[in-house]
Every structure is written in C-alpha cells, then in structure tokens.
Design a protein. Structure first.
Length: 251
C-alpha cells in the first residue's frame, strides 16, 4: 500500500533536501538554531500569536544565512545538517526544524531569497499589499483566511464584503475579529467551498495540514495564496507561489 498523497509530499521534500545538501557539500555542516519570539518580531499588537507567545520562530543560521519556520511546538537541534532530513516525516516539533533548515540550505545555495520574517509595522503593510494583490488578480471575490493573521484579516475585511476565518488555536475560535467570527479549523473544507480565494498560512506545512487544505482548494476550484517565510523552500521545490513581500534577508 502506498503512502497518502500528503505523506508523499513530505517524502519528496526529504529527498530533495538530501539532494541539495549533497550538491552543496553541506551534509556534514552544523547550523546554529535559536528560538525567536516577541522581542525579535516587535509586531504591532498582541492579536498576533507570536506576540502572545502562542507561536515562535525557529531560526536556523547556516554559514551567514538564515532560514526560519513558525511553530507552536518549538525545539532546538544539534547535529549535522543532513540529520534534519528525517524530521520532514516527524511531529510538528521536528518538522519546524526541517523547514527552517531547508530554508537556510536553499538560501545558502541561492535558490530562494528573503527567508527572515518581517518585523514591526511590516505585518500591517503586508495585509494592505495582500488586499491589493487579490483585487488586482481576482477582482471582488469571497475570501477565506485559513489561519488567523490579524494584518491580513483587517485589510481584506475593509476591501471585501465576504471574509471567513478559521484557526486551530482554541483561544481564537468563536471570537469576533474585524466583523467576522473565527471558526474552528475543522471547518476548513466547509469554508473553502464557499469562497473564491483562500489565503493559507505557510506554517500549516509544519502542523501537517497544508496539503489537505490545498487539496480542498483544488476540489472546489478555489484559488489559493500561500503566504509566509516558513514555506518558501518547500514552495520552490513543489512549484507553489508564495506571497511574502516584506520578508528580509538578515536578522
């Protein structure tokens, strides 16, 4: 019996990771890992999970280049770069290490750029740019936010009449934000089938839900916009477009 499609994607990413570290002669290198929180990002409000400590950024520093991944289950890692490969198939705690490392490796090899999360007021500006991007590309559409990103929700709620939000954090579910009640992530499919465009947090690749979400989008003919630094390396490999206009190249 073969692996489910979503598992096959993680297997593919692991194999590509092996290829990249061997191609770059990085297999035996060791990176430095750290956990970054509110003091790093300085986002404009406590609406952001990062500012409340509900999520953190795992940072991988490799030969002067950084790769980052969001997670609500952080851990650090000590070992050779190549040993991070099998973490692609592990828990969320392990996947965050894999994707931070993948981003650092691909940045080191010049395959992707700007793998450091934006800071300060950039988070609000990102929302404005997202709303403009959707209007220019798709027109006046119905939108789902799969994952609560306050700057994105605030801006799109002003620009569009129909906006849904889902989130996996039980502290957010049921609360009204910018005129919309946040729904539980278990309702993703029901929400996606009601809209034209789904904005999907790239950190869903760490908690294991991204590929099922994208399958739902395909099933119902819904356009998707995947955003954030977490997914940059994986998206390059898998051919996904990533919306992340204000990410940076340095800490």
């Amino acid at each position: 019996m073969g692996f489910p499609p979503c598992t096959q994607k993680y297997i593919l990413l692991r194999e590509k990771f092996f290829d990249l570290v061997n191609l770059g002669g990085l297999a035996d290198e060791r990176a430095e890992y750290s956990i970054l929180g509110p003091d790093f990002a300085r986002l404009p409000s406590y609406e952001y999970a990062l500012m409340r400590g509900k999520e953190v950024i795992v940072d991988c520093h490799l030969k002067g280049f950084h790769g980052q991944a969001f997670t609500d289950a952080p851990r650090l890692f000590e070992g050779r770069i190549v040993e991070a490969a099998d973490m692609a198939l592990g828990s969320s705690r392990e996947k965050c290490i894999f994707f931070a490392t993948l981003n650092a490796v691909m940045r080191r090899l010049g395959l992707i750029e700007n793998t450091v999360h934006c800071r300060g007021a950039d988070a609000e500006e990102c929302g404005r740019l997202l709303a403009e991007h959707i209007l220019a590309r798709f027109g006046d559409v119905k939108i789902a936010h799969i994952g609560y990103q306050p700057g994105h929700v605030s801006a799109t709620s002003k620009a569009f009449d129909t906006v849904y939000i889902t989130d996996l954090n039980p502290e957010n579910v049921g609360k009204s934000r910018f005129g919309t009640t946040i729904l539980d992530g278990s309702m993703n499919e029901d929400v996606i089938r009601r809209v034209d465009v789904a904005c999907v947090t790239g950190s869903s690749i760490v908690n294991g839900t991204l590929f099922n979400i994208l399958e739902c989008c395909e099933k119902y003919g819904v356009k998707h916009i995947v955003y954030g630094v977490t997914v940059k390396g994986a998206a390059k490999i898998l051919g996904y477009e990533v919306f992340c206009p204000l990410s940076r190249d340095k800490i």
